[in-house]
Ligand binder design. Structure first.
Ligand code: NAD
Ligand code: UDP
Length: 321
């Protein structure tokens, strides 16, 4: 297949490029580097099946040729206002990537009759009152809070995707991604795992926001990519949660990472810095992914961290931190 991947120079997008190229597909990789990095795709330059297109998806997209699939992954993704890459510091760009970018990429899918996959998020459930979160849950979202630029853009993107499916009969799919981690995450994007790994490597205290009893369920990137590709190869139109249901508190995550590094500096509890209301509990119900895609995550947190740490160590060395 010929596939357009937007956000291809980002963390998840670059892994999608790797796996889809390995399976023999041709990739048009689109990015404007607002939160991604050329480093993430540098190893692909020279690959005859790979073309990079520098473009902001908020603007009309002209493809050089017909594509068979479009994967729309372009969007800032970190909620941390302390990072220049966090969406609270890129509010308009975030809304445009989710709204205009989704419209433009759906337009490409419509022009070529391509399969379309939207990267949505567990954030569309907001601060959920249903636990774990099933795809049938409608969410509990603040429409004007600091997280709203991301949450509401993704909710709009889902609605627009379903409108294109119903009205234009486009073969669309929606993946609701829960917290994912792995190599090529930005060291400085302010998300929990990069922050904790950086701090533990430097033997500093890990910065736990609030009391640390809030939970997340962390999925290793290879498992996520496997789920996305299964969805791509299906004709499923309903949203599908992809995430690892192994739920832990942020305190437990910090303790686990400190133990791996034998970091005696412990944790420091800081006033919650994350934009808006920090969702208190988050865990995917993955029944739909299991039944419809035959998907199940296979990499637990310890193994996933083990695979991620060498990348962080190498990057720190490279950047001379
Ligand atoms: P990332 O920041 O590493 O990647 C996003 C990429 O999109 C970057 O390379 C960025 O430069 C690019 N981009 C942003 N706006 C653009 C625009 N207007 N035009 C062109 N390119 C643009 O983030 P990520 O973690 O890889 O996230 C990728 C996608 O997955 C996002 O849509 C995000 O919302 C979604 N997602 C990620 C997670 C996670 O845990 N990582 C969870 C839920 C959803
Ligand atoms: N968090 C933290 N310390 C940090 C970064 C994040 O305690 O240095 C917390 C954050 O408040 C949230 C959880 O870790 O409760 C996950 O945050 P992340 O930014 O990774 O993603 P989110 O799930 O909030 O989008």
């Amino acid at each position: 297949m010929k596939i357009l991947i937007t956000g291809a120079a980002g963390f998840i997008g670059s892994h999608l490029c790797d796996v889809l190229l390995d399976s023999g597909h041709y990739i048009y990789a689109m990015d404007n580097f607002i939160t991604g990095s050329p480093d993430n795709i540098a190893h692909l330059t020279g690959n005859n099946n790979f073309t990079f297109i520098l473009h902001d998806v908020s603007n009309f997209i002209v493809m050089p040729e017909k594509v068979d699939a479009v994967l729309h992954f372009a969007s800032p993704a970190s909620p941390n206002p302390d990072s220049p890459y966090g969406f609270p510091n890129l509010p308009i760009q975030t809304m445009k990537a989710g709204a205009l970018g989704t419209h433009n990429t759906l337009g490409v899918a419509r022009a070529f009759g391509a399969r379309y996959i939207l990267a949505s998020t567990s954030e569309i459930y907001g601060d959920p009152v249903e636990h774990p979160q099933k795809e049938t849950y409608w969410g509990n979202v603040d429409p004007i809070g600091l997280r709203s630029v991301y949450d509401e853009a993704k909710r709009f993107a889902e609605a627009l995707t379903m409108a294109y499916h119903r009205y234009h009969d486009i073969n669309t799919g929606i993946v609701r991604i829960f917290n994912t981690y792995g190599p090529r995450m930005r060291l400085d994007d302010g998300r929990a795992i990069p922050n904790f790994l950086l701090q533990a490597i430097k033997k500093e205290s890990l910065t736990v926001y609030g009391n640390g009893y809030q939970t997340r369920s962390f999925c290793y990137v290879d498992d996520l990519v496997d789920g996305i590709i299964r969805l791509l190869n299906s004709d499923i139109h309903e949203p599908v949660n992809i995430g690892n249901p192994q739920e832990i508190t942020i305190n437990e995550l910090a303790k686990t990472i400190n133990q791996i590094f034998d970091n005696q500096a412990g944790v420091v509890h800081l006033k919650n810095k994350v934009a808006g209301k920090d969702p208190y509990r988050r865990q995917p119900d993955i029944t739909r992914a299991k039944e419809m895609l035959g998907w199940n995550p296979t990499i637990d947190l310890i193994e996933g961290l083990d695979r991620t740490i060498p990348y962080f160590k190498q990057k720190i060395k490279q950047e001379g931190n």
